[in-house]
Write a protein that binds this ligand. Structure first.
Ligand code: FAD
Length: 841
C-alpha cells in the first residue's frame, strides 16, 4: 500500500470505528470492512493498534474485536490459499491463474472455505460464517444437477443489516420469526455505506482472463437483494446480463395467459429501467428474441461469448421449471456450468411439505403457515446490497433492440394512428426499482398503520400497491419482509400477505392445471351463463352497478385494483352473472400489471367455488360499498358521470328520483348504463341451487360424514401423507381429500327445497368493528363532556343569580360558553374523526 493510500485507509477505518461505537455497525461487520479497506496483511499488522483507543472505554467491545481478529488470523495457510483461489481476492500465483481460466469458477460455501471461521467476499463486505454462529446456511443457491451435498452455501456477501435470520414460520400471529433485525434507519445507512464500498472495491477486481458469465434474467429484475447477480460477482468473471423472450415458453401448456398485455407492457418498462441501472454500473442488458427456443439462444450466446457459466434465478411455474431443467441439462452436457438461485418466493415452493401438519385445512393460509413452521427448512437469510459496479466482458454479444421483442406494441387504427392504451398506466406508476423502493418506504412510513385496519377501503390508498414490483422482482419478497419487520408499527396482517403469495406458488406446483381447470370435480359441471354481452359489460365497467364499474374501469385504466375490489368484481361475475371464473381469470391476466398466474389462478379458483379454499362470503355489489367506499369518492373518481349524486344514492342510481338524476346530469341508459341484471337475490339463490345440484349429481366427491367437497390428491401429497407406505399403493389409485367447504353449500345440498338458508354467505357490507367501537367511544365521550359542560353552566347561572340577589359584583366566566348538545347518532357512512382520511366533498 502506498503511504497516501495507507493514510486514507487508516482514516477510513477510524471513521468506521466511530460508526461501530455509535452502534451503526456490528463488530463482525467492522472487522470485515477493515479487511476490505486494509487488505489481509495490513489488517494483520495494524488492526490491534487501530482498536487500541477503545481498549479502556469499551472493554467488552475491544475484547470481542480481539477475539474476532485472533480467530481469523489463526486459520491455516491452506484455507487462505483456497479462499484466495475461489474468491480471487488476493494476487493469485500464475499457477492459480491458469487453473482459474481452465476451469469454470467454482464457489464453495463460505463455511467450507473458511473452515468454520471467517470468509471474505470479493466485493468487500464482510461475510460471517453463519454455520459457526449457530445460524443456518442461506438457501439461496442450487448448483445444477449436483447432489444435495454439493448444494452451495450462502451468498452472504453484502448482506443487508446485521446478523439476522428470517424464517417462514408462525410466531403467534406472526408469519416470520426474526432473531435480530436491525432498525430500518440503521439498515439504510449501512446499505448506503456498503454500496459505496462495493463500488470502490468492485473496481479492484480484475476479471480479465476469466470466461464470462451469462446472467440469464427473467424476473428478479433488480440490483438490490439479487442473489444471482451477487453470485456472479463472487465468481470474479465478466458478467453479461441477457434477457431472452419467447412468448410460447412463457405461456406454457393450457390457457395460462401468462403474458397478458398490461404485464408485458410493464415488463418492457422494467427492462428499460433495469438497463439504466446496469449502465450506471458500467454494464448493459443484452435483449434477444429466443428463437426457436431459449436453449438455442443460450447456446448461440455461449458460442459467441465463450461464456463458461450460466446463472439464473429459479422460476416456479411448472412449465418454466421444466423448461429450465431441459435447458440446464443440455448446457451441462456441453460443459457449461449452470447455477440457479432461489429468491423469487420467500420459500422454494418445491421444498414445502405437509409433514407433521397433515392435510386438514389445506388451501388456507393458516395451514400453509403451519407447514412452514413445522418444516422451517433453511432460513431466509439476509437481503443483499446492490453492487456498485459490474465487471464487463471485452467483447459484447449481439442483441436486438428492446422494442423488437414486441412487449409494448400498441395496436393501430385503420388511419394509422396508434391506440396508446397504456397512457394512464404510465401516468399511474413509476416502473423503476427506485420507484418500488419509494413506494415501499412511503407505505411503511404511513400506509402500514391504516393497512392493518382499513385495507378494504377503495377510496384511500391503504394497501402497499407493490404487487407489480413483486411480480417482476423489482422488489424481493425477502427485502419487503425485512423492511416491514423494521417498520415502527409491526404489521402482521401485511406480512401474512406474503405467505399468501407463497401459498399460491405452492398450489400451482401441486396442481399445474390450476389456471384452467377447476380443482373440485363436480364444479366442472356447473351450469354457467354464456351471455357474452354481460361479460363485455363487466370487462368494460358498464354493468350499471357503480362500485363494480368503478373497479373495472380502474383496472382498465391503471392496470390495478386493490384486493377488496377484486373480491367485489369476482363475486359479481360468478355469483350474480353466473359467468365462468376462467373468463375473469383471463381478463385479469390480460389487464392487470401485476398479473401473476399462480396468485390469479388460486384466487379465481377460490372465488369460483372450486379452489382448495372456499371464500366463505359473497360480496354484494351495492352493500359492499358501505365497507369500501362509504362516501362514494371511489365511484366519483372512476365514474365521473355519477359524481353529482348524493353519497347515499351514488351506489344505487336507479333509486334516485328522476328530478335528482336530471339535476346531477345522469341519464340511465344514456351516459350511464342501466343495470344488466336486476334481481340480485334471485340470481344468488340460483347460483346456490346450481352448486347444490352438482354436488348432488357427483355425490362421490362429497364426504358423507362432514359434507365437505372431496378433491383428488396429487401424487406428491399422497407421498407425503403415506411416507414409505406409499410404495404399497397400487399405481393409478386415486385418493380424495375433504377440503374446506362453504356452510351454505352443505346446507343447501342436504335441504335443496328449503327456502331459508341460515348460512347465507352474502356480506351485507360493514364498517370495521374497530371503527364502530371508536366512533361509539367518541360519541359517548362527546356526550359525557357536553352533559358536564351543561351542568357547569347551570351552576354558573345559579351563582350569577345568587350574586345579583346579594348585590355582589359579577364573577368572571369560568367555562367556555356553548350549548350542550348530543353528538348526532352515527350514520352508517360516518368515519372516525381524525381517523381514516377521506375528505368529505
Ligand atoms: C380475483 C383475484 C385475483 C387476483 N389476482 C392477482 C394477481 O394476478 N396478481 C397478484 O399479485 N395478486 C392478485 N390478487 C391478490 C391481491 O388482490 C393483490 O396481490 C393485491 O391487491 C395487490 O395489491 P397490494 O400490493 O397493495 O397488496 P397488499 O395488500 O399491500 O399485499 C402485499 C403483497 O402481498 C401479496 N398478496 C396480497 N394479497 C394476496 C393474495 N390474496 N394472494 C396472494 N398474494 C397476495 C401481493 O404480492 C401484494 O403485493 C388477486 C386477488 C383476487 C381476489
Amino acid at each position: 500500500m502506498s503511504v497516501a493510500k495507507d493514510a486514507k485507509a487508516v482514516s477510513q477505518v477510524r471513521q468506521m470505528l466511530r460508526d461501530l461505537l455509535l452502534g451503526r455497525e456490528d463488530p463482525e461487520g467492522f472487522f470485515g470492512l477493515c479487511l476490505s479497506v486494509l487488505g489481509d496483511n495490513d489488517t494483520r499488522t495494524l488492526f490491534m493498534d487501530l482498536i487500541k483507543p477503545i481498549s479502556s472505554g469499551h472493554v467488552q467491545l475491544h475484547s470481542q474485536l480481539s477475539a474476532i481478529y485472533h480467530e481469523y488470523f489463526s486459520k491455516g495457510e491452506d484455507v487462505e490459499v483456497e479462499l484466495a483461489l475461489a474468491l480471487s481476492l488476493q494476487e493469485v500465483s500464475q499457477e492459480v491463474k491458469e487453473q482459474r481460466s481452465a476451469k469454470p469458477p467454482q464457489v464453495k460455501s463460505y463455511a467450507e472455505l473458511a473452515g468454520g471461521r471467517w470468509a471474505w467476499s470479493v466485493n468487500g463486505a464482510g461475510v460471517q460464517d453463519r454455520g459457526s454462529r449457530g445460524l443456518e446456511k442461506q438457501p439461496t443457491v442450487t448448483k445444477w444437477s449436483l447432489t444435495d451435498a454439493e448444494v452451495q452455501g450462502p451468498t452472504t456477501a453484502l448482506t443487508k443489516g446485521r446478523n439476522a435470520e428470517l424464517h417462514l414460520a408462525e410466531e403467534g400471529d406472526d408469519f416470520i420469526k426474526e432473531h435480530d433485525a436491525g432498525q430500518s434507519q440503521k439498515l439504510k445507512r449501512s446499505r448506503r455505506r456498503r454500496q459505496r464500498k462495493n463500488q470502490e472495491l468492485s473496481l479492484l477486481q480484475s476479471p480479465s482472463g476469466s470466461k464470462p458469465i451469462l446472467l440469464w434474467l427473467r424476473r428478479d429484475l433488480r440490483m438490490w437483494d439479487n442473489p444471482a447477480l451477487i453470485g456472479c460477482l463472487e465468481m470474479g468473471a465478466p458478467i453479461i446480463p441477457v434477457f431472452l423472450w419467447n412468448a410460447a415458453e412463457e405461456e406454457g401448456p393450457g390457457v395460462t395467459v401468462a403474458a397478458g398485455g398490461a404485464s408485458k407492457y410493464w415488463l418492457h418498462q422494467v427492462l428499460v429501467c433495469f438497463n439504466q441501472s446496469l449502465e450506471q454500473r458500467g454494464s448493459h442488458l443484452i435483449t434477444q428474441r429466443a428463437e426457436p427456443s431459449s436453449l438455442e439462444a443460450l447456446l448461440r450466446l455461449v458460442a459467441e461469448t465463450g461464456a463458461g457459466t450460466v446463472v439464473a434465478t429459479a422460476l416456479y411455474e411448472p412449465w418454466l421449471k421444466e423448461r429450465d431443467e431441459v435447458v440446464f441439462r443440455a448446457l451441462e452436457r456441453k460443459g457449461i456450468h449452470c447455477q440457479l438461485f432461489h429468491s423469487y418466493c420467500l420459500r422454494d415452493p418445491y421444498s414445502i411439505t405437509t409433514q407433521g401438519v397433515g392435510l386438514r385445512g389445506i388451501g388456507s393460509v393458516s395451514h400453509f403457515m403451519s407447514c412452514c413452521q413445522q418444516n422451517p427448512g433453511t432460513g431466509l437469510g439476509t437481503p443483499l446490497d446492490a453492487p456498485g459496479a459490474l465487471p464487463v466482458p471485452s467483447v459484447w454479444p449481439q442483441g436486438c433492440p428492446l422494442t423488437a421483442l414486441g412487449l409494448a406494441r400498441m395496436p393501430r387504427r385503420k388511419d394509422g394512428t396508434v391506440v396508446d392504451w397504456a397512457a394512464n398506466i404510465r401516468e399511474a406508476w413509476d416502473f423503476s426499482e427506485d420507484g418500488a423502493q419509494a413506494r415501499l418506504d412511503a407505505f411503511l412510513q404511513d400506509g402500514v398503520y391504516r393497512y392493518e385496519k382499513e385495507s378494504c377501503r377503495a377510496d384511500a390508498p391503504n394497501t402497499s400497491s407493490l404487487s407489480p414490483y413483486l411480480h417482476f422482482g423489482q422488489l424481493s419478497a425477502r427485502w419487503l419482509l425485512w423492511d416491514a419487520r423494521g417498520a415502527r408499527c409491526r404489521p402482521p396482517k401485511f406480512q401474512r400477505k406474503l405467505a399468501w403469495r407463497d401459498l399460491a406458488y405452492w398450489q400451482l406446483c401441486l396442481f399445474p392445471d390450476l389456471p384452467w381447470e377447476s380443482l373440485r370435480p363436480p364444479y366442472k359441471a356447473l351450469r354457467w351463463s354464456s351471455e357474452r354481452a354481460h361479460l363485455r359489460a363487466w370487462q368494460r365497467g358498464g354493468t350499471g352497478y357503480p362500485l363494480v364499474d368503478a373497479a373495472m374501469r380502474q383496472l382498465w385504466l391503471s392496470g390495478w385494483m386493490n384486493n377488496y375490489m377484486r373480491h367485489v368484481v369476482a363475486s359479481f361475475l360468478i355469483a350474480y352473472l353466473h359467468l365462468p371464473w376462467q373468463e375473469g381469470y383471463r381478463w385479469f391476466q390480460d389487464t392487470l400489471v401485476d398479473a401473476d398466474v399462480a396468485i390469479d389462478a388460486m384466487m379465481w379458483q377460490n372465488g369460483g367455488m372450486c379452489g382448495l379454499d372456499h371464500w366463505n362470503f359473497v360480496m354484494h355489489p351495492v352493500d359492499a360499498a358501505l365497507t369500501c367506499d362509504p362516501r362514494g369518492d371511489y365511484v366519483r373518481k372512476w365514474c365521473p358521470e355519477l359524481a353529482a349524486l348524493p353519497d347515499d344514492l351514488i351506489h344505487k342510481p336507479w333509486h334516485c328520483p328522476a328530478s335528482m338524476l336530471r339535476r346531477a346530469g345522469v341519464v340511465l341508459g344514456g351516459n350511464y348504463p342501466e343495470r344488466i341484471v336486476v334481481d340480485l337475490e334471485e340470481l344468488r339463490a340460483q347460483s346456490l341451487r346450481d352448486a347444490a345440484e352438482v354436488r348432488r349429481r357427483f355425490g362421490e366427491f362429497v364426504d358423507c360424514h362432514s359434507g365437505c367437497d372431496l378433491v383428488p390428491l396429487p401424487a406428491r401429497l399422497v407421498q407425503e401423507a403415506l411416507g414409505s407406505r406409499a410404495e404399497l399403493v397400487r399405481s393409478g389409485t386415486q385418493f380424495l381429500l375433504p377440503v374446506i367447504t362453504r356452510m351454505e353449500f352443505k346446507h343447501q345440498t342436504s335441504d335443496p327445497d328449503g327456502t331459508d338458508n341460515p348460512y347465507s354467505a352474502v356480506l351485507k357490507g360493514y364498517v370495521s368493528r374497530k371503527r364502530d367501537e371508536t366512533i361509539a367511544f367518541l360519541n359517548e365521550r362527546d356526550f359525557t363532556a357536553s352533559v358536564m359542560c351543561e351542568s357547569a353552566q347551570r351552576r354558573e347561572r345559579q351563582d350569577r343569580h345568587q350574586r345579583l340577589l346579594e348585590g355582589l359584583p359579577k364573577a368572571p366566566p369560568t367555562t367556555p360558553r356553548g350549548r350542550a348538545r348530543r353528538t348526532p347518532a352515527r350514520d352508517p357512512y360516518s368515519t372516525v374523526p381524525g381517523g381514516v382520511a377521506v375528505p368529505r366533498r
